[in-house]
Design a protein around this ligand. Sequence first.
Ligand code: NAP
Length: 467
Amino acid sequence: MEQPGTAARPLRIAIIGAGPGGFYAAEALLKKRDLALTIDIFNRFPTPFGLVRDGVAPDHQSIKAVIRVFEKILADPRVRFFGNVTYGVDIHHDEFLHYYDQVIYAIGAQADRRMDIPGEDLPNSFPATAFVGWYNGHPDYRDLPIDLSCERAVVVGNGNVAMDVTRILAISPDELVKSDITDYALEKLRQSKIREVLLLGRRGAAQAAFTNPEIKELGKLEGVDMIVDPTNLELDPTSAAAMEQDRLLKANIECLRAYAACTEHTAPRRIVMRFLASPVEILGTDGRITAVKIERNRLVEGANGELRAKGTGEYETIEAGLVLRSIGYRSLPIEGVPFNSSQHTFNHVAGRIVDAETGKVKPGEYVVGWAKRGPTGLIGNNKPDSAATVGSMLADLPTLAGISDDQRDPSQIETVLRERGVDFVTYQDWRILDQYEIACGSARGCPRVKLTTVPEMMAVIRRQASA
Ligand code: NAP
């Protein structure tokens, strides 16, 4: 065949995953006005937008405004949405390569990292990612058996996810009424007995991963005291020098020092921040968490010059009934795609998937987002990252010329899915569900009421589609 990308033979692209990485890749492709193309976006759930729907905290609605950009992409006549279609189950790896010229894996990072300490799997010890999914109505986590009847929760980790879950545990539920938090989560938070959230950072305050707005936001919560021991903020010379070079780090430390300076604590709830402390065991009796044993750390210089935490052998045990580990997400391998199991990302060079053993590029396969670079960065960081992968895809177009083209016909996809009994969700179907959720929300003065099971979602779509 001729090089695809002409009106006679458009470039045929599949994107697996309808989160920010996938949408920004679609946006970069659609901007190439001289390139005729079609894009099919596949997603496991009927609902698009990935972590923008299921991850962003309900009290951070303004971050969700990016959905308007993604909606425009879905509405583009060159784009089709196939929701409720599971890669590797409903359609397989070799079939994607069969129907499309180029396939982009944009599956994100659905799993969590583990602490690998005794007691980690006790009831009421969860990855923060599960708690986030629970309050946001992610179908996989809506039934999380979380128990908020204890007085102290321990959150492990110092990233922005730790900030989110700490805030949601400490905030007055009244502050969430006008958000899109799920009803069941709001009700459970109203019954919560948690009075203290203990936030543990394994390294020092100067190494914390949270950003300025997030740490400042904790101090603005109504009815919540921030408690930081000033001795925890004494910086070693390397950290002190780093702070002088880094305006944002300095702002973090100044914020923490302001918290530490405040010694009057009368609010009904509190957030206690401790640095240089790692959990080494979660203790429990009768299947319930009773305490967390922590070890104090000191900073040592690693081989690459980075400061890392080293246990001092000094331990203490702190009573607690809930543990959330917020120590990072992790991608999972999927059918047919080489995976780097030490970094938990897909094997790639410049976004091109490469075979792990031979190091050779797998033609026509690409990766974007957290599956490409690991679970770091804000939503907007995906834009340049996805554009870089699209750059590789465009550079590869000449290699597609001359390839046999008989079967590369994505118009067959709908037939294939129907023959397999897959009840796929189109963009128009998603609009039905979207409008239904928004209408339910506006009746209550909130942005939307999310449906949280796939059967409920499909019932709304099919009922209204057939009306
Ligand atoms: P993150 O920013 O990578 O933070 C992970 C934290 O876990 C770090 O403090 C890390 O400490 C700690 N950690 C890792 N392994 C640990 C262990 N074994 N024991 C104790 N602590 C451990 O990850 P994240 O919070 O999951 O966030 C992911 C990305 O999403 C980030 O880029 C974040 O900014 C973004 N995000 C943004 C927002 C927002 O803008 N509001 C909200 C949520 C998420 P070390 O530094 O010592 O490794």
